[in-house]
Design a binder for this molecule. Structure first.
Ligand SMILES: *Cc1c(COP(=O)(O)O)cnc(C)c1O
Length: 550
């Protein structure tokens, strides 16, 4: 597709997953941001990313000898960061915090600028240590550095930007800074500054769970200096009191989006009560092919080669990888189901193990093999308990159930290329998108998933994967769980397993259909072009010419 105009975009995100060992990511949000930046480069689009240089990972999470997860926070140093030779300051709590700016252009040439506060000038104040560690006291300074520092870095670098894209609410203080600039430099009224700024911002919301949408008390924002020249009433008009970062994003932007069709409906329902906000449209996520689709599988697919043979090669590599990490050797010729997610209640990690007796003969025989991975947030004891349950099941069924500790992009890549089936069991409608399913589908790994996130848009049951749960929804989670479990076993035992062992031809046809479905439609290229067509250009056309940068 040719774009007539290409407004320049600054993309703000708290995390970026560009490479497994570049530890600036916790999960889906960051991987999405990394894939987005790479796709921008692939398509020659004028996009830069703004982020924070985290000293530590989200968590390096391992299992103790009882099989319970514990967290470690080693510090990382990267020798490939390029000094952008600028510093900007952000006033936080009455103190000028100096932010050094680094440039990264190493991964798919994606242009990313990172603000670093771990420098001599701030030596007694640690701000960007642990990604998503701590509460408001810690988070607000980080978000001030990202938002206000980010805008100041763009100015100091002399970059021309037309549209600012906030990927999730963490960056909304950038909008406050854009308003301040207009009030301060151009003597606009607050109302005019806000109205003009709106046309420069688009916003992506991700979290369909109300509690997952961050709020800060306006008192604490005042203490931290977040008002940034605005008054209490002005700040409250934007984000409410308490100041909700998502509501602020919706009121600061011209257009907002959800990340899958179903999520978009959910988001519209959820934020229906918010007045004076941007419409929420849908741009379904996509994944970066060169990152997630194995080259050999892509070649085989393009040349109409033997998908099964290539799949076995990749499955063998995964089995070797698991053996190296755990000593367990899976059987290459038996069904291998993968599940890797953040360990949290609604994702129902252990759903498949709920009625154990239904599958225990298969597990004992090794006809059903389950490979799990995923981290829990360091403060999420419930999520960690879920993991410890998986670990105890892996001891009960040695050789058939494995949990891989310290989930990262490397494990993800191995799993989404080497499993036979990709299981996904969120309690609908809590999953915004679930991009790992797209990665798996692209490699001919068949999805077995509830109709949540992206899957309703792609699933043709029995043709390119399977759904379970039939979109059933109950406000009682016990009822929904019971329904979904029964449905899962019905599909698993009645369709997935018989097809795998008795109808290889159908399986391979499904693999092909799976790749056909996602190859273009759920690629990051399709996604970023959608962002241009449906959002950036829409906002850009409303910008007065004098505000446009080119
Ligand atoms: C793709 C990916 C995710 C996001 O996938 P979900 O389906 O949302 O769980 C999270 N973590 C890693 C390491 C990934 O590669």
């Amino acid at each position: 597709m040719e774009l007539m105009e290409k407004p320049r975009i600054a993309y703000f995100c708290m995390e970026y997953g560009l490479h497994s060992d570049f530890k600036l990511y916790a999960g889906g949000l960051g991987i999405l941001a990394g894939d987005y930046l790479k796709a921008a480069k692939d398509n020659n689009l004028p996009v830069i990313g703004i982020g924070l240089l985290w000293k530590q990972d989200y968590t390096q999470q391992y299992l103790d000898n009882r099989g319970f997860p514990y967290d470690t926070f080693p510090e990382f140093n990267y020798n490939f960061l390029k000094d952008a030779n600028i510093k900007v300051t952000v006033n936080i709590g009455g103190r000028d915090v100096v932010c050094k700016v680094w440039k990264v252009d190493r991964f798919g040439n994606a242009d990313l600028y990172l603000l670093d506060t771990d420098i001599e000038e701030n030596r007694d104040w640690v701000i960007n240590d642990q990604l998503y560690g701590g509460f408001s006291e810690k988070r607000i300074p980080q978000e001030l550095v990202l938002g206000i520092g980010g805008i100041r870095a763009i100015r100091a670098l002399g970059l021309d930007i037309d549209i600012y894209h906030f990927n999730e609410g963490h960056a909304v203080f950038a909008g406050i800074e854009l308003i301040r600039e207009k009030m301060h430099n151009e003597h606009m009224s607050f109302e005019d500054a806000w109205e003009t700024t709106r046309n420069q911002i688009v916003f992506t919301t991700h979290t369909p769970v109300r509690a997952g949408n961050e709020e800060h008390s306006l008192g604490m924002l005042w203490d931290k200096g977040t008002y940034n020249w605005l008054s209490y009433d002005q700040l409250r008009a934007i984000g409410g009191d308490p100041f909700n970062m998502t509501i602020a994003g919706l009121r600061l932007s011209r257009i907002a989006n959800g990340v899958a069709q179903l999520h978009c409906e959910t988001a519209n329902r959820m934020w229906n009560f918010v007045d004076n906000r941007a419409p929420i449209i849908c741009v379904t996520n996509g994944v970066h092919r060169d990152t997630w689709l194995d080259k050999r599988m892509e070649e085989t697919y393009k040349n109409n080669g033997n998908l099964w043979e290539t799949h076995l090669e990749l499955k063998k590599e995964l089995i070797d990888f698991v053996k190296d990490r755990t000593g367990v050797v899976f059987n290459l010729h038996n069904l291998l189901i993968g599940f890797a997610r953040r360990s949290t209640e609604y994702k129902r990690t252990n759903l498949i193990l709920k009625y154990e007796d239904k599958i225990s003969p298969l597990l004992k025989e090794g006809k059903l093999q389950l490979l799990f991975s995923g981290k829990a947030h360091p403060d999420d004891t419930e999520g960690k308990t879920l993991i410890s349950h998986l670990v105890s099941m892996s001891k009960k069924y040695p050789g058939s159930i494995v949990f891989l500790e310290n989930y990262d992009m490397e494990i993800a890549k191995k799993m989404v290329t080497g499993c036979d089936v990709w299981l996904n069991s969120p309690r609908k409608p809590n999953e915004a998108s679930g991009t790992s399913g797209m990665k798996a589908a692209m490699n001919g790994v068949l999805n077995l998933s509830t109709l949540d996130g992206w899957w309703p848009e792609a699933c043709v049951h029995g043709l390119n994967g399977w759904q379970f749960g039939d979109s059933f929804h109950s406000e009682y989670s016990w009822e929904q769980d019971r329904h979904d479990i029964e449905s899962l076993y019905r599909v698993l035992l009645g369709e997935v397993i018989p097809t795998y062992y008795n109808d290889r031809e159908k399986w391979v046809n499904m693999m092909k259909a799976s790749i056909d479905t996602v190859y273009e439609k759920f690629s990051a290229t399709r996604m970023i072009l959608d962002y241009y067509k449906k959002m950036y250009l829409e906002a850009y056309r409303l910008l007065p010419v004098r505000v446009r940068q080119h």
